[in-house]
Design a protein around this ligand. Structure first.
Ligand code: F0G
Length: 456
């Protein structure tokens, strides 16, 4: 997989600030050793997330000028609705301010206390809303997904036996839906295959269980199917996206990923009665059902972004840039999750820092080292992100301690990517100097965002 040149040119730029190591050491200390507390001005290469950080196209910016900011019935809503129907095939669309707004509404509608929500690995906000509604998440992803160094093509696949066992144990009536993510963020941005999804559909249909699709990166998943699943190499990404969506009953969407916008999302449904309940709830928590927490201009930008997300040149360059970073890191000996996922490269912090125990927060410590070395901001995806068991209050010990370098879409040049790899390789060469952390402040929900640490 070779790097391809960017299929766009740059019209407007943002200046980057270069800081000294001494400054960075001070900034990260003041941030409580949590990169979420840094000012972005003090970051050189921001790989914290690919969420809401992508660059919009001139068409999207032009669309912003077409914003119809009427309280009700904005024309941009109708445009968004028609694009969602055309590109994703769902019947009904409820706009929300971002993905978790949609997760909140679907969880509130479908989950009753004591029920179970199986999923191809958890995602932080998704699981939090399932738990707030009284449900328990059950991991049904294949075991391969929990083994970072094992290269396996579709690590986002569901282990059907795990799903059958859960149904046998708790009963189909206690499973409101199966949550299927395209792609699986916490596994390293790994895709699910269409073959596997079809089997999940068959099994859930036999038991009358719904599938709710977390479709934040569905175009990226579709590209991986086109490239790596036998039988799909001649199919356009757009057609594969439609095929994925058709196997599910509804979806939560964070438009901040695939759809190339800075803010926005929606809940999509096929069932009219559920849709009616959802538009009633959205008024309470987000806004009227024709804007749901978004400005008209933001809905317009998202509608246009969806059409761009399935463009073959765009999606291929996007994923090849991520794969290029992965290859550079591998060549430099850095242990990463294999195969490289679609929205970022995930460093295996356990293998990187074998001298640290999981309670010394190795992945968190590595995010700090990357920042100090070169002003790179990455994200912890290990024990800090996993949080605590809601019943016992104990830490959840995830099998993987990962550091994600997520790549925003259309933002950094390939030279930036090369430089980032060099910085990370330098940190790797000096890995023995990296010490662990202790947590000195821990918020109750989604602690990774606001926790504070001190070096050991
Ligand atoms: N589902 C997945 C798979 C996600 O990656 C995210 C967000 C969400 C749902 C929630 O969407 O942020 O619009 O409310 N992921 C971001 C990330 C935060 O950095 O991976 P949201």
């Amino acid at each position: 997989n070779e790097m391809t040149a960017e299929p766009y040119k740059i019209k407007m730029i943002e200046h980057l600030k270069v800081t000294s190591r001494e400054e960075r050491e001070q900034f990260i200390r003041e941030a409580g050793y949590n990169v979420f507390n840094l000012r972005s001005d003090d970051v050189y290469l921001d790989f914290l997330t690919d969420s809401g950080t992508s660059a919009m196209s001139e068409q999207q910016w032009a669309g912003m000028m077409l914003g119809d900011e009427s309280y009700a019935g904005s024309r941009n809503f109708y445009h968004l609705e028609s694009v969602v129907k055309e590109y994703y095939g769902y019947n009904y669309v409820v706009p929300t301010h971002q993905g978790r707004g949609a997760e909140h509404i679907i969880a509130r509608m479908l989950i009753r206390p004591g029920t179970y929500i199986p999923g191809n690995m958890y995602f932080t906000t998704t699981r939090a809303h399932q738990e707030l509604a009284g449900g328990t998440f059950a991991d049904i992803i294949i075991d391969e997904a929990h083994q970072p160094s094992l290269s396996y093509p579709f690590k986002g696949n569901v282990d059907l036996q795990k799903l059958r066992d859960l149904i046998a144990r708790v009963g189909a009536a206690n499973i409101p839906y199966v949550s299927i993510a395209t792609t699986v963020n916490m596994a390293g941005g790994q895709p699910i295959s269409l073959g596997n999804l079809k089997q999940v559909r068959e099994l859930t249909q036999q038991h009358g269980i719904k599938i709710i699709h977390d479709m934040a990166r569905v175009a990226e998943n579709a590209y991986m199917i086109q490239q790596y699943e036998p039988g799909y190499s001649d199919k356009p990404v757009a057609a594969i996206v439609r095929e994925i969506c058709a196997l599910t009953d509804g979806a939560t969407m964070s438009g901040k990923k695939d759809a190339l916008v800075n803010i926005g999302g929606f809940l999509a449904l096929n069932d009219l009665a559920l849709y009616e309940e959802a538009i009633n709830l959205v008024v309470l928590y987000e806004g009227l059902h024709t804007y749901g927490g978004m400005a008209g201009r933001d809905m317009e930008a998202m509608a246009i972004g969806i059409t761009e997300s399935v463009n073959e040149k765009h999606i291929s360059a996007r994923i090849k840039q991520v794969q290029y970073l992965g290859k550079k890191l591998l060549d430099g000996g850095v242990p990463i999750v294999l195969p490289v996922g679609t929205h970022g490269v995930y460093i295996d912090a356990t293998a990187f820092l074998p001298h640290l125990s999981q309670l010394e927060f190795p992945a968190q410590a590595l995010t700090i080292a990357l920042y100090k070395e070169g002003g790179i901001r990455s994200m912890e995806r290990g024990i800090v992100s996993a949080g605590r068991d809601q019943n016992t209050g104990e830490h959840i010990f995830p099998k993987m301690e990962l550091v994600r370098m997520a790549i925003p879409r259309r933002v950094y040049t390939n030279l930036h990517i090369s430089l980032a790899a060099e910085i990370a390789i330098k940190v790797y060469e000096n890995r023995n100097n990296i010490s662990g952390l202790k947590m000195v402040y821990e918020p109750k929900y989604l602690r990774f965002f606001q926790a504070r640490f001190e070096p050991l």
